[in-house]
Design a protein around this ligand. Structure first.
Ligand code: IMP
Length: 429
């Protein structure tokens, strides 16, 4: 079947961008179905490092058409800036290559201001959002007064809708958060200018995808964030406001499940998390710093979108098995195996204990992980640099053993292992 789904199996930042970029070599279309510019996908092509926030990672494959699906929330200013940056690097960003759903929702400066004001007001209970206006834009969508991309095709309606929206948000900003109001006229003028540039890109992407799939094109649905940040299936309330799990693909693109082929979950060889919320396998001190890296390399564990240091720890197989279940994963792509080189002993979390009981499954999902203590299986590490490995047989026995244990404990095959950020640093199993 021609629709392959690629999702994050952890808390985001699994390296989905570089895996999508690879799979896109064989695809005609790559479509994002959820989230907005809270995502940060890093792809390295030769000496060039690309940081993508809104455009699917397939944009770097010249023959691929990129779709921004109806499940997304799009900040037009940020999208135009990203397109401009890619254009400077010689990437074709014409309407023939990028299609934006008419039913995607728009993020405005008012959503960004609200996101920041809400976070500040949460104080100790803050979620640690990326501050990109994601939650407020999805709130408007669900409350049925959001601004959809199709408004960009109708300048008069757009002006009125933006003005009304800013006036509404200003009431909240001023009366609830004692924050300064935004200039409705200026923002409406900005949106009128964005509309002029984005108009040719707006289309019914559900229809486009259907036509492509029916004609036998290979389409990749590219997830943003990760399963544990899913509004329904994640570590609520420390989640994003969309559905990054496989189920989100169908609503977020307007395609049916009948087309689905592979459902690939991307997981790092260890665990990371940005923002607040429980993290049972979190490491601290030297161990955490070792996994995080110093920040000297762009692929070290510092947020692509916010620059925040990521919390790091050991691979949690209770949570990975959960992600396999809620997404129906058929295979795993294991990333950043090279980072584990040089660690004497590796740890895999195989179960949790709470109140004297052992759990291999979460009794009530991952919302409250705070009662659980991780139970580890220890495995021998390896000292060799694995970044040059291109076949499983190039890996040290301890690394192959780590992968085999992961497969045995999850029941899902590992089909790809990445050993560095470059396109070629990959092992197809
Ligand atoms: P929001 O999506 O900006 O509302 O943030 C909600 C939570 O999701 C916060 O903990 C963020 O750190 C996290 N988050 C959002 N996008 C990403 C991502 O692309 N990678 C990792 N964490 C993310």
């Amino acid at each position: 079947m021609p629709l392959d789904i690629l999702v994050g199996a952890q808390w985001g930042d699994e390296g989905k961008g570089r895996i999508t970029d690879l799979l896109a070599e064989e695809a005609q279309v790559v479509a994002r179905y959820s989230g907005g510019d809270n995502a940060g996908h890093t792809v390295t092509v030769g000496a060039q490092l690309y940081k993508l926030h809104l455009l699917p990672s397939g944009i770097l494959q010249p023959r691929v058409v990129s779709v921004l699906g109806n499940g997304m929330v799009i900040n037009p200013a940020r999208l135009l800036a990203e397109m401009e940056q890619l254009k400077q690097s010689g990437v074709d960003v014409s309407p023939a290559r990028i299609k934006i759903s008419h039913a995607a929702h728009l993020i405005t400066p008012a959503h960004v201001a609200l996101d920041k004001a809400e976070e500040a007001a949460r104080a100790e209970g803050k979620i640690g959002t990326t501050g990109r206006g994601i939650g407020p834009a999805y709130t408007d969508k669900i409350a049925r007064h959001g601004l959809r991309a199709e408004l960009l095709l109708n300048p008069e309606q757009l002006g009125d809708a933006v003005q009304e929206h800013i006036r509404q948000v200003n009431r909240v900003l001023q009366n609830i958060y004692a924050a300064p109001p935004l200039d409705a006229n200026a923002i409406a003028a900005e949106f009128a200018a964005h509309a002029q540039r984005l108009m040719p890109y707006i289309t019914d992407t559900s229809l486009y995808l259907h036509q492509q799939l029916a004609a036998g094109a290979r389409v990749i649905a590219e997830g943003a964030q990760g399963t544990l940040l899913d509004i329904d299936h994640g570590t609520y309330p420390f989640v994003t406001s969309s559905s990054p799990s496989a189920g989100g693909v169908f609503n977020g693109l307007g395609v049916g499940p009948k087309w689905v082929g592979r459902i690939l979950g991307v997981t790092k060889a260890f665990q990371t998390r940005v923002g607040e919320g429980p993290f049972p396998t979190e490491a601290f001190g030297a161990e955490a710093e070792r996994l995080r890296g110093t920040g000297a390399n762009p692929w070290d564990e510092f947020g692509t979108t916010t620059g925040r240091p990521r919390r790091c720890g050991w691979l949690d197989l209770v949570l990975l098995r959960y992600a396999i279940r809620v997404n129906g994963l058929t295979e795993l792509a294991l990333t950043k195996l090279d980072v584990l080189s040089g660690l004497h002993t590796l740890r895999l979390c195989v179960a949790y204990t709470a109140n004297g009981e052992t759990h291999t499954e979460l009794p009530l999902g991952p919302a409250d992980l705070s009662p659980f203590t991780a139970v580890y299986e220890e495995l021998p590490g390896w000292s060799e640099d694995v970044s040059g490995a291109r076949e499983l047989s190039d890996l040290p026995e301890a690394a192959r053993h780590y992968i085999r244990r992961l497969e045995a404990l999850t029941g899902v095959p590992v089909s790809m292992v990445s050993v560095g950020p470059e396109r070629g640093q990959i092992i197809f199993v």
